[in-house]
Design a protein around this ligand. Structure first.
Ligand SMILES: [Fe+2]
Ligand SMILES: [Fe+2]
Length: 134
């Protein structure tokens, strides 16, 4: 588990606390999936879903701050933007990893097919012409 809910997270606002609990729970789920043999597309989907939930959560907090005329609204909102930028950066890196993996798999496919078409066929031809004695 990456992060665990405890009393230090409590805001006293039930709706907000429930959303924060959900956010922590989903974060632990995503963390648990990292390192497993997951498809990068799945990972991207989970992170996007998570990020979208987070953005909705931010909107609800920001709406509350506006309605309550919260004096630190601008600073708090900037912190939200910084968190969204972290998500963007993870998604961009995931895209880079995916494209590197695709290139490497393409290279592997070329190497394998080249080996089968050339060395393995040459070996087979040789064996046909010079059958092994045992
Ligand atoms: Fe929040
Ligand atoms: Fe917030």
């Amino acid at each position: 588990m990456l992060i665990e809910w405890d009393a230090s997270f409590e805001t006293g606002d039930q709706k907000n606390d429930d959303e924060h609990k959900y956010i922590i729970c989903r974060l632990n789920e995503i963390w648990a999936q990292i390192g497993h043999d997951n498809d990068h597309d799945d990972m991207e989907k989970w992170i996007l879903e998570y990020c979208n939930y987070y953005i909705r959560h931010f909107h609800s907090e920001e709406d509350l701050m506006v309605r309550a005329k919260y004096p630190d609204y601008q600073v708090h909102k900037l912190r939200h933007l910084a968190i969204i930028e972290c998500f963007d950066s993870i998604l961009i890196r995931l895209d880079v990893v995916k494209s590197i993996l695709r290139d490497e798999v393409r290279g592997l496919v070329l190497t394998i097919s080249d080996h089968m078409k050339n060395e393995d066929r040459r070996l087979a031809r040789f064996v046909r012409e010079h059958p092994p004695t045992r």
